[in-house]
Write a protein of this length. Structure first.
Length: 94
């Protein structure tokens, strides 16, 4: 898989994150994709470098700056990217 498949769950987050990483922007999506980079690269997605040393910590910090429900939002974002990665793994295996 060389491109992100638009029919996978979480596509919008992963696609936005890839764009933001490539442009050097720090965003929720960019940090989320940086967190999942090893798993995404394993299924053939070209993930640009970025996100810093601990993108998971930075993502949580970013969420706490704008959202009182940061913990729930963080968990929902992580679940969404995990869902995408699982679907991508399934698609690449088939």
């Amino acid at each position: 898989m060389s491109d992100v498949q638009a029919d996978l769950p979480g596509y919008e987050l992963v696609s936005a994150g890839l764009d933001d990483l490539a442009a050097g922007r720090e965003s929720e999506s960019a940090l989320l994709v940086a967190m999942a980079a090893p798993r995404l690269r394993a299924v053939g997605i070209d993930v640009p470098q970025g996100g810093g040393e601990q993108p998971s910590h930075r993502l949580y910090e970013l969420l706490t700056e704008t959202d009182e429900g940061a913990h729930s939002r963080y968990n929902a974002l992580v679940a969404r990217v995990v869902s995408f990665a699982r679907a991508a793994e399934h698609a690449s295996a088939g």
